[in-house]
Design a protein around this ligand. Structure first.
Ligand SMILES: [Fe+2]
Length: 83
C-alpha cells in the first residue's frame, strides 16, 4: 500500500524513479513488527495531515487528505491486532 502511495506521487511529480530507504530486517517476533508498523502509520497520518493543511492547491490537499484516511484505516488494523 505504501508503495502505491509513492507511485501516486511519482506520477504527479513526473519522477523517473523513487529511491526507497533501506530498512533493517523485520524482528523475528510478530509484536515488535506490529508496533513498528503502528508507529509508522501514526507518523504518516501526522505528516499527511500537516501537508494537507499546508497545501495551497485544492487537488493536492484532496490527495493528502485521502492518504490520511487510508493511513488511518491502517492504524486501526494494527490497533486491532495489537489487542
Ligand atoms: Fe499505511
Amino acid at each position: 500500500m505504501e508503495g502505491e502511495h509513492a507511485s501516486v506521487w511519482k506520477k504527479i511529480l513526473k519522477l523517473d524513479k523513487i529511491e526507497f530507504p533501506k530498512y533493517d530486517k523485520c524482528a523475528a517476533k510478530y509484536n515488535p513488527n506490529l508496533k513498528e508498523s503502528h508507529s509508522r502509520e501514526d507518523r504518516a497520518i501526522k505528516f499527511y495531515g500537516q501537508a494537507a493543511a499546508d497545501a495551497q492547491n485544492s487537488r493536492v490537499k484532496e490527495i493528502f487528505q485521502a492518504f490520511v484516511e487510508v493511513e488511518t484505516d491502517h492504524l486501526h488494523l494494527s490497533e486491532a491486532r495489537l489487542k
